[in-house]
Design a protein. Structure first.
Lengths: 105, 242
């Protein structure tokens, strides 16, 4: 039951973030410092999700730097993302690299 | 006929929104599939996984929700983490306001619900680049609905496939890969890099803290680091808001 409550409340909050300025709940112009801060939200949040998923062992939760196939795959994907700027190319190169290393090396 | 002579009709705007949005589905559909798989793997029921895609309707926040819920994190921390992931929508709402504020309430509710990263990206371009039209909000309706349908269908496909895809495929790794595709091209200024590095360091250092609170701490730390670097480096502002 609890999960539904949390789903609906977070859903309502998310809706409010999208609706707030369309309904004039917040004055038309957000303060400049807040706009600047919100601009860093995607980089900060997504990095915080990426890094542990790449570096931590799923079982022991220790940081693995050597012999870590996910780290190598993530580096390859980052290079593809920077140069190709294409979501699908990034995902497929990263997954492809991971599969090659897991199954053939 | 040149489009600046007669404004485009409502249906022309709608279909333009649909066709502008379609190419982005190449990245959206695999992400939706992976979320469907991940939701099931996190112990959500098929119905919960599918409905999360329409209740939250935000890929990154749904991933965070599923992962934290699976880890038994207290509901308040789940809510706070999901909330911070979705805070960026305030910016979209702000820059859309000038084009949508005059609409009746029902329209604003519907368009706010559909205001995701990908729909925002194509429709704000149309609003800013013109030509102005009394029907231009139909563009966002078209782009938003396209994304919504693709997201729901790919989530459902992922839920169905979830039980048959072997773990050895490491499909859940597609989630950090998707985020890499979104983050890497955004890092342009020193402040962006600082936000990224501080968030990365905190996400590792704060692992021992309870309730997976490292997500919130790393996010706020990264935002603060980016903001401070930006503020003190006296570089020109990065955003075109206001």
């Amino acid at each position: 039951m609890m999960i539904w409550l949390v789903m609906i409340l977070t859903g309502l909050f998310t809706f409010c973030t999208r609706f707030a300025l369309l309904n004039g709940w917040v004055s038309r112009a957000l303060p400049g410092w807040l706009v600047d801060a919100l601009g860093f939200v995607p980089i900060a949040v997504l990095t915080a999700i990426i890094v542990p998923a790449v570096l931590l062992d799923p079982v022991t939760e220790e940081i693995i730097l050597t012999g870590n196939a996910r780290l190598v795959a993530a580096i390859i994907a980052t290079l593809i993302a920077l140069f190709a700027r294409n979501v699908l190319a990034t995902i497929s190169s990263g997954l492809g690299a991971l599969w090659v290393m897991q199954w053939w090396l | 006929m040149p489009s600046h002579v007669a404004p485009r009709s409502a249906s022309a705007e709608f279909w333009r929104g649909v066709s502008d949005e379609l190419p982005l589905q190449l990245g959206v559909v695999p992400f939706g599939l992976v979320f469907g798989v991940l939701g099931m793997a996190s112990g959500l029921s098929p119905v919960q996984t599918i409905l999360l895609s329409s209740i939250l309707f935000g890929g990154a926040s749904q991933v965070v929700f599923a992962q934290l819920w699976a880890a038994g994190v207290p509901p308040l921390v789940v809510g706070g983490s999901v909330g911070i992931v979705n805070l960026r929508h305030v910016l979209y709402s702000a820059s859309m306001a000038a084009y949508l504020r005059h609409l009746p309430l029902g329209w604003r509710v519907a368009l706010a619900y559909l205001l995701t990263d990908e729909a925002y990206a194509v429709s704000i371009k149309r609003f800013q680049d013109g030509p102005k039209s009394p029907h231009q909000h139909f563009h966002l309706l078209g782009s938003g609905m396209t994304l919504w349908v693709a997201w729901q269908l790919s989530t459902i496909a992922g839920v169905i496939a979830g039980t048959t895809i072997p773990d050895a495929w490491s499909l859940s790794f597609a989630i950090p890969l998707t985020f890499i595709a979104l983050v890497a091209p955004r890092i342009r200024l020193r402040a962006d890099l600082m936000a990224c590095l501080v968030a990365a360091a905190l996400s590792l250092l704060c692992q021992p803290l309870p309730w997976k609170s490292w997500i919130i701490i790393a996010a706020f730390g990264g935002i603060a680091a980016g903001w401070l670097t930006h503020h003190f480096s006296k570089k020109p502002l990065t955003t075109g808001e206001k």
